[in-house]
Design a protein around this ligand. Structure first.
Ligand code: SF4
Ligand code: SF4
Length: 442
C-alpha cells in the first residue's frame, strides 16, 4: 500500500443497514465542562472484575489518585477525577445489572493533582504494558475491555496488523471524529508507541467516507510520519464493529467465538490510541472523557470534555438543559446504547455519548406485534444469524435453541431490531438469551 493516498476499503461485509446519521455535533469543537459539585465514581467501568474501594468516608482525595483496584488480571484500576472529600461509599446498579460500590466525592474546586501523577518512564515492553494497566485505560469506543489485556496476546499469536478504528458508525456520536480533527498528532504518536509494542508490520486507520475532513487531516499527518495507511470505508452501519472493520480493511474473517488476535489483528479505538500518547507524556490516568451530548430535546447539542463521575443531569445542564422533559435518555448511540433509569447516573470511562429523546421519537420503537416471517432481520444481520429464531428461543428460555443458533456470535448491533416491521425487541431478547446461556454454562 502506498504512503500518500487515501485507500478505499474494498471488502463489503454481509448485511448491515443505511441509517440517518444525525451527526449534528460534527462541527462542535470540544468544550471543557467545569468541576461539578460532586461526582459518583463506580468501581466497575470495564469488562471484568470490579475494583475494591481503596478510600473511606471522610478521606481527602486528589486528582489522579488511585481509589479502586482489583488483584484480578481482567480489570482496570479507577482513579479520582477531582480533588475533594469522600462523602459516601454507596451501592449502585452498573452496566451489567449488578450492584457495585461507588465512591461519592464532594469536590473542593481546587483540582489538586496527586503526587503519584508524573510523566512515567519505561525501558521495555513489559514496563510499558504495566504503565498502560496502571493508567486505567479501557476500550473508549464503548467496549470497555481493559486495554492491557488486549495488548497482551499469547506468544503464539503473531500480530502483524494494528487497526485504528475511526469508523464511528453509530448515529449522533461525533466523539471519535472530534479526536481525529482536534488531536490527530496524539493519535499518530500513540500509533507509534503501540506499533512498536505489538511489533505490527502495518497500521490501518479505518474512517467512514462521511468524515472527509478527518480523512484529510489524518492522511496529511500520516504522510509526514511514515507508513500508516488511511482507509476510506463505505458508510454503512455497523462498519465500526471489530469483525466488520477487520474484514473491510484486510479481507480476513474472524471465526465464530474467536478474537481479532486469531487473525493477527489488534483493533484500537482512535481515542484509546490518543490516550496512550497523552498518558506517556503526562502520567495523568483516565479521569476525563469527551462526550457527545445530543438528541431532539437538548437545547445546545455539544461535544463536552467531562470529568468521569459527573452526573448526567450536570452535563445536560451545562448544555443548556432540555427543551422539554426527556422521555428517554440513552448512554451511547441509539443503536447500541443503554437506556438510563436516572439522570443521577454518572459519566463512565466508556461513555461516548448521552442522548435525550422526546416521547414521540422514543415510542416509535415501542409496540411489538407478532413476527410475520419476512426474514428482513436475517438479511441485515452482519453476523449471518437468524434473529427471529434467537428471539423465539430467548422468549421460551430455550438454551439449546440459543446455542444452536449461535447467540454468542451476536454483536448486539441492533440492525435486526431496526429493520423489523413488527418492531420485535430482537436485540433486547438476544441480550437476555446470552445471560441465560452464560448462567447455564457457568
Ligand atoms: S424482521 Fe421481524 S417480522 Fe420479519 S422475520 Fe424478523 S422478527 Fe419476524
Ligand atoms: S442478531 Fe445480533 S448481530 Fe445480528 S443483526 Fe441482530 S443484533 Fe446484530
Amino acid at each position: 500500500m502506498g504512503l500518500c493516498e487515501v485507500i478505499t476499503g474494498k471488502k463489503k461485509f454481509h448485511g448491515g443497514i443505511a441509517i440517518p446519521h444525525c451527526k449534528n455535533t460534527a462541527q462542535c469543537e470540544t468544550i471543557k465542562m467545569g468541576v461539578p459539585e460532586k461526582v459518583t465514581i463506580p468501581m466497575l467501568q470495564h469488562v471484568g472484575e470490579p475494583c475494591k474501594v481503596l478510600v473511606k468516608k471522610g478521606d481527602e482525595v486528589k486528582v489522579g489518585q488511585l481509589i479502586g483496584a482489583s488483584g484480578k488480571y481482567v480489570s482496570a484500576p479507577i482513579h479520582s477525577s477531582v480533588s475533594g472529600t469522600v462523602t459516601d461509599i454507596s451501592k449502585m446498579v452498573c452496566m451489567n445489572g449488578a450492584y457495585v460500590d461507588a465512591v461519592e466525592i464532594k469536590t473542593d474546586g481546587r483540582q489538586e493533582i496527586h503526587e503519584s501523577v508524573k510523566p512515567p518512564s519505561y525501558h521495555n515492553d513489559a514496563e510499558l504494558l504495566e504503565l498502560i494497566k496502571g493508567s486505567g485505560l479501557v476500550g473508549l469506543g464503548g467496549a470497555a475491555f481493559p486495554t492491557h489485556v488486549k495488548l497482551s496476546p499469547p506468544k503464539e499469536k503473531v500480530i502483524d496488523t494494528l487497526i485504528v478504528n475511526g469508523a464511528e458508525c453509530e448515529p449522533y456520536i461525533t466523539s471519535d471524529y472530534r479526536e481525529m480533527v482536534e488531536n490527530s498528532w496524539n493519535i499518530i504518536s500513540g500509533i507509534y508507541i503501540l506499533k512498536d509494542l505489538l511489533k505490527a508490520k502495518q497500521v490501518l486507520i479505518g474512517v467512514e467516507d462521511n468524515k472527509p475532513e478527518a480523512i484529510k487531516i489524518m492522511t496529511n499527518i500520516a504522510n509526514t510520519s511514515g507508513k500508516i495507511d488511511i482507509i476510506k470505508l463505505k458508510t454503512r452501519y455497523p462498519q465500526g464493529a471489530e469483525k466488520m472493520l477487520i474484514y473491510a480493511l484486510t479481507g480476513r474473517k474472524v471465526p465464530s467465538r474467536r478474537l481479532p488476535m486469531d487473525v493477527g489483528v489488534i483493533v484500537m479505538n482512535v481515542n484509546s490510541v490518543s490516550f496512550v500518547a497523552e498518558y506517556v507524556k503526562t502520567g495523568m490516568p483516565l479521569i476525563k472523557k469527551r462526550v457527545t451530548v445530543d438528541g431532539p430535546v437538548v437545547n445546545n447539542p455539544s461535544n463536552v470534555e467531562v470529568l468521569i463521575g459527573t452526573h448526567l443531569s450536570d452535563v445536560f445542564e451545562f448544555c443548556g438543559g432540555f427543551k422539554e422533559e426527556p422521555y428517554k435518555v440513552i448512554m451511547g448511540g441509539p443503536m447500541m446504547g443503554v437506556s438510563q433509569h436516572s439522570l443521577e447516573n454518572p459519566v463512565l470511562k466508556f461513555t461516548n455519548a448521552i442522548l435525550a429523546f422526546d416521547r414521540k421519537t422514543a415510542e416509535s420503537v415501542k409496540k411489538e406485534s407478532p413476527c410475520i416471517r419476512c426474514a428482513k432481520c436475517v438479511q441485515v444481520c452482519p453476523m449471518n444469524l437468524l434473529p427471529l429464531f434467537l428471539n423465539a428461543s430467548s422468549i421460551r428460555r430455550n438454551t439449546a435453541g440459543l446455542k444452536k443458533y449461535n447467540v454468542m456470535d451476536c454483536i448486539e448491533c441492533g440492525c435486526c431490531s431496526y429493520i423489523c416491521p413488527a418492531k420485535r425487541h430482537l436485540v433486547q431478547s438476544i441480550r437476555l438469551g446470552k445471560v441465560l446461556l452464560r448462567k447455564e454454562e457457568s
